[in-house]
Write a protein that binds this ligand. Structure first.
Ligand code: SF4
Length: 488
């Protein structure tokens, strides 16, 4: 969600005449888009602001803006602790950023603007996409649940659903712009429709996205198990461009802990959904999020998590060590678990999931997969002479380009045979040295156009270079693995 918010911030700023600072250059404006859900967000923010203070001291006219969840939560505290910040804005008024920067410049004083509720659905803001082939589309924001570890409801408010026509129009525009993959976003993506009283709105939306010509891959994140209904499974199975992949947070395998988390499903229901998904979509790669060391978690509770993980056979899992988020009910619960115990459980869980991921990946050796090529990233790729991309089930695939073969562009699709498997990726090395089977796509053409445009000499204008801080923008694909380093 935050990555997509950063794309919208970039879009709003570009529409207002700002341009992205070149790599390594000192930006005139630095925007830090914070995420309070992440561990130690405040520590990272104030550390970064401390560093920026010295840059700002020697760079006349530089502006710093802080937005996102942490700004929404800390409001005035950001300006109190870092008075050199020029603008603080919240999650509900991202579109005001250019105006706030202008006002701060004009008035020579800091601007603080936090709205308590959403005025404009954020997807109506211009977006500067980081990837030509893939795009995020918000279908809802906010959340009506009250998970005790989560700060989202108090920062993003109640769920607001976007009109289906607006969503489909945005998808069509993305497709016209060259995207062939779209990820539908919502804090609780499958409860979409709750605001306008249609319980099957999400499955209808998936089917409608299936009719959009040129859209090859549809994904969504993240569904809530309690609201996961069979009409969604049917729509996934029966809509050709909905990918065989599901990321659904488990959080804990212990029913007692799920109750304490105020997660209204139980492990049996969760596993039942996986069975039904796999019955209809046998090749589905299912991934999850799990929190270890929630307050009051006993060894027996943790054993329950291990049991469910073993049974669920996730393709991968984002595993988190519980840590206190101020302002959440869990922060004040008794029986916070000592760090050493949390760490030890986390390591046991990670080892189990690594084994399962490797075993599940090994089953794919010898099979053919269609890989949507992503932009080259990371040191590893230049060392191994492989390119990377995502299979239909979103697994990360590193593939070799045989000597003499044409080289695919980011956004093209290659058909390869898997030759090796590891826990976090698959490898497809050439077996017979034959040229790669490449399907050139509109997304590859769009990448060509974007490259040509970026080679053009930038206009020497009054445009300000802008750098977006925390998080850095990355290729917009579903985060089963981190593309650049293969880590969860
Ligand atoms: S479902 Fe729970 S974890 Fe997810 S956003 Fe809502 S409150 Fe947070």
């Amino acid at each position: 969600m935050n990555v997509h918010d950063s794309e919208r911030l970039s879009g709003s700023l570009e529409s207002a005449g700002y341009i992205r600072a070149l790599d390594g250059a000192e930006a005139d404006v630095v925007i830090i888009n914070t995420c309070a859900v992440r561990d130690n967000a405040a520590g990272k923010l104030y550390g970064t602001l401390g560093h920026l203070a010295s840059v700002k001291r020697r760079k006349d006219g530089m502006q710093i803006a802080v937005g996102g969840c942490l700004a929404q939560m800390d409001k005035q505290a950001v300006l109190d602790k870092a008075p050199w910040v020029d603008v603080v804005f919240g999650t509900h008024n991202m579109g005001s950023l250019p105006g706030l920067l202008e006002r701060a410049r004009h008035n020579g004083d800091a601007e603080l603007e936090i709205l308590e509720s959403l005025e404009v659905f954020p997807s109506t803001l211009p977006t500067k996409r980081d990837s030509a082939h893939s795009g995020w589309v918000s279908i809802s924001v906010g959340c009506n649940n009250t998970c005790t570890f989560c700060i989202v409801p108090s920062l993003r408010g109640k769920e607001k659903d976007r009109r289906p026509g607006d969503i489909l129009n945005e998808i069509r525009l993305l497709v016209e712009d060259g995207a062939i993959e779209v990820t539908l976003l919502g804090q609780n993506v499958n409860s979409y429709g709750v605001e306008f009283g249609d319980r099957q709105a999400f499955s209808k939306l998936l089917r409608a996205a299936g009719d959009i010509e040129g859209l090859e891959r549809v994904r969504f994140t993240s569904p809530h198990p309690a609201a996961f209904t069979d009409d969604v499974i049917d729509a996934m199975a029966e809509t050709a461009n909905v990918m065989p992949q599901l990321h659904m947070p488990l959080q804990s395998g212990s029913d007692r802990i799920l109750k304490a988390m105020r997660r209204s499903y139980r492990s049996e229901k969760f596993l039942g959904i996986l069975d039904r998904v796999r019955a209809r979509i046998p090749n589905a790669a299912i991934s999850t999020d799990i929190i270890v060391g929630f307050p009051g978690e006993t060894e027996e509770d943790f054993q329950e998590t291990l049991r469910v993980v073993e049974q669920a056979r996730f393709a991968s899992a984002f595993t988190f060590q519980y840590s206190i988020r101020e302002g959440t009910p869990a922060a004040t619960m008794a029986e916070q678990i000592p760090k050493a115990i949390v760490q030890e459980r986390y390591e046991r869980l990670a080892a189990l999931q690594d084994r399962i991921s490797r075993e599940e990946n090994e089953k794919l050796v010898g099979s053919s997969v269609e890989v949507l090529v992503t932009a080259a990233e990371g040191r590893k790729q230049s060392e191994t002479h492989r390119l990377s991309g995502r299979a239909e089930d979103s697994r990360l695939v590193h593939f070799q380009v045989p000597e003499g073969s044409a080289v695919p562009r980011p956004g093209d699709v290659v058909s390869v045979e898997i030759t090796q498997a590891a826990s976090f990726h698959l490898v497809a090395d050439s077996i017979d040295g034959a040229p790669l089977a490449i399907r050139r796509t509109r997304a590859g053409d769009a990448w060509d156009r974007a490259e040509a445009a970026s080679c053009a000499v930038p206009e020497p204008s009054t445009s300000k270079g802008v750098s977006l801080g925390l998080p850095t923008l990355r290729v917009a694909t579903i985060p089963i693995y981190d593309v650049s380093d293969g880590q969860r």
